[in-house]
Design a binder for this molecule. Structure first.
Ligand code: SF4
Length: 253
């Protein structure tokens, strides 16, 4: 190889993340929050009222990562008492684990008891997923695309997005699910062979985010089926998605 090309390769460094489960993200990344136990009632009311998506509740005081936009406003208001760590391993199949209470500082895990029996027997070395943007804003969709790029390369684990639902083992839903997308989402889901996974990626999909309560949404699809994985983030980091899927596949054994 000519010297010039070798120099270019040397300057680029490694073009992939060697171990996706051991990455240390920058402290600027906002992942799992930690809430102090010494917040006064006045401070609680202050952050509850400023949260744009009602992700903070007071009985008990907690932050719901399934609703949170990770905008950091509550941290700016109470910098000593609410902090977002760079822990990106926050995907789980147990919706209740996304609710972080004051004083809680434990990793988010998969709940093996909530894994459906019918999906325990498959997904051994390959997992093909069909992604449906149900009125998404393209942010989560871009991060899911990045999960397959040369840096993250989730294809190394056999996890890939496919064009046809007929070739998929499950569906990844992004966006808050608009009225217009309710039927296409159902058609796509119906076309996937049984048994099949349902993964909600991003705050909009999990809780409808800033669109909560809008008459333009139709989220009745979610009432009909078991959700196999919640991937929080606004948008979620590719590593959150990849580690969530990997942990789900490991725990089902
Ligand atoms: S970071 Fe989350 S909990 Fe805090 S104000 Fe923003 S949306 Fe609300």
């Amino acid at each position: 190889m000519p010297l010039k090309e070798i120099n270019i390769l040397g300057k680029h460094g490694k073009q992939f993340v060697p171990d996706l489960e051991m990455v240390e993200l920058t402290p600027l990344f906002r992942g799992r929050p930690i809430i102090g136990t010494n917040i006064t009632e006045e401070e609680k009311n202050k952050v509850i009222s400023l949260c744009p998506v009602n992700a903070i509740n007071n009985s008990p005081f907690c932050i719901d990562m399934g609703k949170c936009l990770f905008c950091n406003e509550c941290h700016f208001a109470l910098p000593e008492k609410i902090n977002f760590t760079n822990d990106y391993k926050i995907a789980t199949n147990d919706r209740s684990k996304l609710i972080i209470q004051a004083g809680q500082d434990i990793p988010i895990k998969i709940n093996p008891d909530k894994i459906r029996k019918e999906i325990k027997s498959f997904f051994k070395h390959a997992l093909k997923l069909r992604q449906v943007s149900a009125a998404g804003d393209n942010s989560t969709e871009m991060e899911l695309n990045a999960a397959g790029n040369v840096n993250f390369d989730m294809g190394r684990f056999g996890i890939e997005f496919v064009a046809s639902p007929r070739h998929a083992d499950g569906i990844v839903i992004t966006g808050p699910i608009s009225q217009n997308m309710a039927e296409p989402l159902q058609i796509c889901y119906d076309a996937i062979p049984e048994p099949k996974l349902i993964i909600l990626a991003g705050t909009d999909a999990i809780s409808s985010g800033i669109f909560a309560g809008s008459k333009a949404l139709n989220r009745s699809f979610l009432d009909k089926y078991n959700i196999d994985l919640y991937v929080p983030g606004n948008p979620p980091h590719p590593l959150t998605f990849i580690n969530g899927v990997l942990n789900l596949m490991k725990n089902k054994k």
